[in-house]
Write a protein that binds this ligand. Structure first.
Ligand code: ZN
Length: 185
């Protein structure tokens, strides 16, 4: 950030009085520009034994497969965000289940929240998807999944499905995890 979004003057990066970390400060209007992590909400849509995946039409990771997920908007709940993203990316209606994976990515300031979901009815590619399809476990394109968060969520799902018990999984993806994943793809 170079300029204040409130008044247009130049900002500086410094620790505000009484704070413990640097922020973008505007001396002209006194605004402190706080920056906080973004929530990515999405679903793991299931129909029978199959899982719905979307092939990304946009960067990053264009052409790779993902679960429907995206940035939460202001004024919506995480459940609404997950449902909306599923509709936007896969034109799919779902019955939302419980929160299933909560994954912190502190190095890129994101938190993933993926809910289990049951697909009700049809689906088709939304504007951010090239293709949407149902996959059996042996058909999952592990080598061309878009993000380590997606791979981790699917691995939990197939492990839990063996005993039909789906607890919430909370974990962290480190820069090393991410580099290993994206570097190998
Ligand atoms: Zn200002």
């Amino acid at each position: 950030m170079n300029f204040c979004s409130q008044c247009g003057e130049k900002v500086r990066f410094a620790v505000p009085a009484g704070d413990d970390r640097p922020r973008y400060l505007c001396d002209a209007c006194g605004t402190i520009h706080y920056q906080n992590p973004r929530i990515v909400a999405g679903t793991l849509p299931v129909m029978g034994s199959k899982v719905l995946l979307c092939k990304r039409a946009i960067t990053p990771r264009k052409g790779h497969w993902t679960l429907p997920a995206g940035y939460m908007e202001n004024a919506e709940t995480t459940r609404q965000a997950a449902t909306r993203e599923t509709w936007e990316e896969a034109c799919a209606d779902v019955t939302l289940g419980d929160l299933y994976t909560l994954i912190d990515l502190p190095h890129i300031n994101q938190v993933y929240m993926i809910f289990r979901a049951e697909l009700v009815g049809g689906f088709s590619a939304g504007p951010e998807s090239l293709e949407v399809a149902l996959f059996e476990e042996h058909e999952i394109p592990w080598d061309i999944l878009a993000f380590p968060t997606i791979e981790r969520t699917l691995k939990h799902y197939y492990a839990d499905r063996k005993c039909a018990y789906y607890p919430l999984h909370i974990s962290t993806i480190t820069p090393e995890d991410r580099e290993r994943y994206l570097g190998s793809a």
